[in-house]
Write a protein that binds this ligand. Structure first.
Ligand code: HEC
Length: 227
């Protein structure tokens, strides 16, 4: 994030009511490579165009946390940047301009509309985590910012990558287990692929984007889908 945006965020946090809340000791259970340092942010955030879109997508909204696949150690596979991944047992689709497997056929306006309303060009509404993010904050992006993100997505290298759920997870979707079963993992530990558990900075991302209500929604969503 740019210096200015960090300062504004701190100023906002100072206005949040104080709450006395005991947080349990943290447990780190992810590979350190999952936190590859990102490129340093500029002192002042870009205000327009593809640079603005890149800033929002990478420094603020972290689209790649879900849409970029990970290597075996949990680091983002930048050779397939934004080319789609499995997250929370769902497909986070390929966002690169590849015509066949990405969103190359979408116009920039259609991408911006999806970010602000959740409605795809086909008329279908997105579900799951993406719907939560839109509801929790993406919908409040200005038109210019949504279009800047769209322009950025059009500028990334097209990667042919068809993401499909492993057969086992498809079967699980078809026959969901009992709702009341206890959660297998704490709400902030996200199984990213296969058996690895990689904890992503979701608590931060989600609270920045949508505040406590979104986080609560996210935890509820996990409870329901994890049973
Ligand atoms: C927390 C994980 C997560 C993050 C972060 C995230 N997405 Fe998504 N996104 C998803 C999932 C999962 C879907 C699939 C939703 C569905 O199947 O209905 C999706 C769907 C989409 C789609 C629809 C693609 C298609 O082919 O139908 C677009 C476009 C999209 N996301 C763009 C973005 C952009 C741009 C960002 C960052 C500003 C972003 N997403 C951040 C998880 C995420």
């Amino acid at each position: 994030m740019s210096d200015e945006d960090v300062q504004d965020l701190v100023a906002f946090m100072r206005t949040v009511p104080a709450v006395d809340n005991e947080i349990p000791e943290r447990e780190l259970n992810f590979p350190v490579e999952a936190y590859t340092p990102r490129a340093a942010a500029p002192a002042t955030a870009p205000t327009a165009g593809v640079e603005r879109g890149s800033y929002i997508a990478n420094a603020i909204a972290h689209c790649g946390d879900c849409h970029t696949p990970r290597t075996a150690t949990g680091a983002p596979d930048m050779s397939k940047m934004l080319a789609g991944a499995i997250i929370e047992g769902a497909v986070a689709p390929n966002l690169t301009p590849d015509e066949a497997t990405g969103i190359g056929s979408w116009s920039e306006e259609e991408i911006a509309t999806l970010l602000q309303t959740g409605v795809e060009p086909s008329g279908k509404k997105v579900e799951g985590l993406m719907a939560l993010l839109i509801e929790g904050g993406y919908k409040d992006m200005t038109d210019d910012d949504a279009l800047a993100v769209a322009a950025y997505l059009k500028s990334v290298p097209a990667v042919e990558n068809e993401v499909e759920l492993p057969a086992a997870e498809v079967a699980e979707e078809a026959a969901p287990a009992e709702e009341s079963a206890p959660a297998a993992t704490p709400p902030t530990t996200l199984p990213v692929s296969g058996d690895e558990n990689v904890t992503l900075p979701f608590a931060l991302l989600l609270s920045v984007l949508g505040g406590a209500s979104l986080l609560a929604g996210f935890i509820l969503y996990r409870r329901q889908h994890q049973a």
